[in-house]
Design a protein around this ligand. Sequence first.
Ligand SMILES: [Cu+2]
Length: 367
Amino acid sequence: MTGRYHVAMRNVAGLLLAALVVGAAPMRRSTTDPIQVNVKLSEWKVELSQATVTAGAVTFAITNAGSIPHAVEVEGNGIEQEAAVIQPGATAALTVTLKPGTYDVYCPVGQDSHKKLGMDTRLKVVSATSPARPGYGASAPEAGRASAEPVRAIRVTGGGPVIQILPGAFPFPDSAAPILEQFGDEREGLESQVKNGPYSNNVAPISGSFTFTARDKGAVRDSVEGVADFTTQDGARWNLVLDRVQTKDVPHHPRFGGVILGLYYHGNTGVHTPLVPTINSAVALWAFGHLSRNGTRVTDDAMVRVMLLSRTRRAGDFALACWDCAKNKLDELQLQILPGPGEPKFDAPGGFLFVNWEQSSSRKPAS
Ligand SMILES: [Cu+2]
């Protein structure tokens, strides 16, 4: 047991925390004294100072060590208790009386979008007679989502009116402003997109087709295959062949291994840009593709973003119709194409391509 304590102490790195772990040893416990579990929140994990505690009152001492607001919910065995939203750098405490069993400790922000991103872990509660073992509890990725989950796939076909989105002003600048403040280095670039960017009401009806199949295999090895053909407002004919997924995360822009199915984000969630209204997505992915214009190859490293999401635009003029669109039907298919790293802008308005299929559909592909 002594040896195990030493290992645990090194793992939790810090005398203060080590002292708490020792203080939390089951033998010292009295029924009136809540046990303390330290909870560290960050993007995108929940770390507990110990994975197992003895039954009774437990005080969760929560620190938001991330860069956006988070919260904590403790759920299981009929218990569901939540600490209010905690700003970055702030702390909070939540005391809950727990009986033996396993509890989910997760961030409930964004209708569970943070939970899906990995902010989810387990706390085991044992009866006071069986020994509790201190040690840092691992967050979800290795233990849960990544390894055990089966492959999930979706086949999406673009349909309905096809529109090209041209540079213009974002129609909800006041709603986006407080969210943009959390975006650090990226803020300046995003603020210029508020005035003149791709999330505008400046649209042109065009024609084209787009079909793809995406597979979510957890944190790695996601895949996508698909082809888009469309003719833009200027008469240019574009062809995109999706090659492989992009997996590298950048701050505020997790890639979820390339493909993620079923996510609530954007808008007021603090996940990805707020210059898209708050939405649910059936599938979102980041990929590289081969792009041609009028039969001539433009790049083999086009950066592609695809989403089948809650409808954000109204029929008729296709203006962005809602800041929170999360309850709308998931039938808007968005395809955004940007030049690869270091490559010149495309010969298109604003240097980018952004095409929506407004009444699209999805199904489970035949495997
Ligand atoms: Cu969170």
